[in-house]
Ligand binder design. Structure first.
Ligand code: FUL
Length: 484
């Protein structure tokens, strides 16, 4: 055999590896459609449920809005145990907890240097306690993140009503909270304002600027964002159509006339500003002896109407006068988590054969319908071909019929929110219609369980080609539509 000179051999090896390389190029992902979420907004969206903790002097006076005249003497949660709060959150699958560091009554749950209306003046731990620190410590050791609520409306502080003095006070407290307690993942600016607030202008731009300066990965919540918007009600329900996009220039904080806009978002919106649905596990935000937690069926209804409508659920669980989450709330939360796991841990679509109208880059492009069945709910997705206008995915049962009552659809929102309208067919018959999908859309069938050999999901209107990251066919044993 003829022996090749060394240099020629090298060239041959190089050419053949280049040749192979040329043939293993992957099909590129499609261009995004703006606006896009930020890194922190994406992380926030994946949490799905956040715990809210309303705690303060109201807990001890059995009220919802304190007057500001409360004596700090009344704050004495002798058995306060933040470990119990965080353990409860962990058991409920919750990774972020937001505490009311100061509510409208002005009482501070941490020893602020700028007021004596705080834990310093209370008998709890002889005035040496710090509820914010207690939560931070308990959360840190369990890998849970924290968020804080600092009410702009303050019914106690004498500076309230004097624009410069009060804005300085508020900013000073923001600096205390955001400099001294480690990483804070969400800050809540409540839009509520009462009668003593008419002369007061909040310097939101200064506040937001300071927040971002001190905590780069934080999400700022308010009626108008800039990172998370209010959903427009306190029932925990998003609009049936709820876009993560909206025009921030049409929003202002504390403006009742925009609640419908907040509830639905805007397909033409130029800002990515997803909605958070705040609701309490009980009737009130603060703990009251006479109140009970909502029934499991009510919590599931809230879940389908918030997380299942492309939003976050911010569920309030108020500590009681002892400083613990009440046992019946803890039990209900456990049931809630276990119900969610029961419903969604089995995906019948995984047992099916899948087919799609087309796929980007053809058979080997990497964008086939099998991507909707993997565990990545963001960055692997089914993408149809740019040339096609008909978009559908089909699941066909391989042996016995599929029995289910919930369909879950998720978009690859990292590349923008796209789907405007979709339909679900069972064995060729239309069974449900929906509008937007976003991060997660849950259809719970009004007529109950269906038996199907095939399920087809059609996207009938979208901004550009739809990109679907996950689809699930699930059975919800807790759903009894006739009894509702
Ligand atoms: C409202 C407040 O007035 C309530 O007390 C509660 O804090 C709720 C989450 O926001 O605006």
């Amino acid at each position: 055999m003829m022996k090749l000179p060394h240099s020629l051999l090298c060239v041959t090896v190089l050419l053949s590896s280049l040749f192979q390389f040329t043939f293993s190029w992957l099909t590129t992902p499609p261009l995004p459609i703006l606006p896009l979420p930020s890194y922190s907004q994406l992380k926030w969206q994946q949490r799905e449920i956040i715990m809210f903790l309303h705690f303060g002097v109201n807990t001890f006076t059995n009220s919802e809005w304190g007057t500001g005249q409360e004596n700090p003497d009344i704050f004495n949660p002798t058995g306060l145990n933040a470990d119990q709060w965080v353990d409860t959150a962990v058991q409920a699958g919750i990774s972020l907890m937001i505490l009311t560091a100061k509510h409208h009554d002005g009482f501070c749950l941490w020893p602020s240097k700028y007021t004596d209306h705080s834990v310093i003046g209370s008998p709890w731990k002889d005035g040496h306690g710090d509820v914010v620190q207690a939560l931070v410590d308990a959360a840190k050791s369990r890998g849970v993140d924290i968020g804080l609520y600092l009410s702009p409306w303050d019914r106690h502080d004498r500076r309230y009503g004097n624009n410069v003095e009060y804005n300085e006070y508020y900013l000073a407290q923001l600096q205390e909270l955001l400099n001294n307690y480690g990483s804070v993942r969400e800050i809540w600016f409540d839009g509520a304002k009462g009668a003593n607030a008419t002369n007061m202008t909040y310097y939101f731009s200064d506040w937001f600027g300071m927040v971002k300066e001190l905590q780069s990965t934080i999400n700022i919540f308010s009626d108008a964002g800039p990172d998370v918007r209010w959903v427009g009600d306190e029932k925990g329900f998003a609009g049936k159509t709820c876009w993560s996009t909206i025009n921030r220039t049409s929003l202002s904080i504390g403006n009742a006339s925009i609640v419908n806009y907040l509830n639905t978002g805007d397909p033409k919106g130029t800002d990515w500003l997803p909605a958070e649905c705040d609701v309490s596990i009980r009737t009130g935000w603060f703990w009251h002896k006479s109140q009970e937690p909502k029934k499991l069926s009510q919590l599931l209804e809230i879940y389908y109407n918030s997380v299942g409508r492309n939003c976050l659920l911010l569920l309030n669980v108020p500590p009681n006068t002892t400083g613990l989450l009440s046992e019946n709330d803890v039990q209900r939360l456990k049931e809630f988590r276990s119900a969610i796991d029961t419903i969604f841990s089995t995906n019948l679509a995984e047992k099916c054969s899948t087919k799609a109208s087309s796929q980007r880059g053809g058979k080997d492009g990497g964008f086939g319908p099998e991507n909707v069945l993997d565990s990545d709910h963001l960055w692997t997705y089914w993408a149809p071909s740019d040339q096609e206008k008909d978009y559908w995915v089909e699941f066909r049962a391989t042996d016995e019929k599929l029995i289910f009552n919930v369909v879950r659809i998720q978009e690859a929102i990292g590349l923008g929110q796209r789907i405007k309208q979709h339909e679900i067919y069972i064995d060729g018959n239309l069974i449900a219609r929906g509008t937007v999908v976003g991060y997660k859309k849950l259809h719970r069938f009004e007529k109950g369980v269906v038996y199907a050999s095939s399920v087809t999901i059609k996207i009938t209107k979208s901004r550009g080609v739809p990109l679907i990251s996950s689809i699930g066919l699930h059975f919800d044993p807790f759903w009894h539509p006739k009894e509702q």
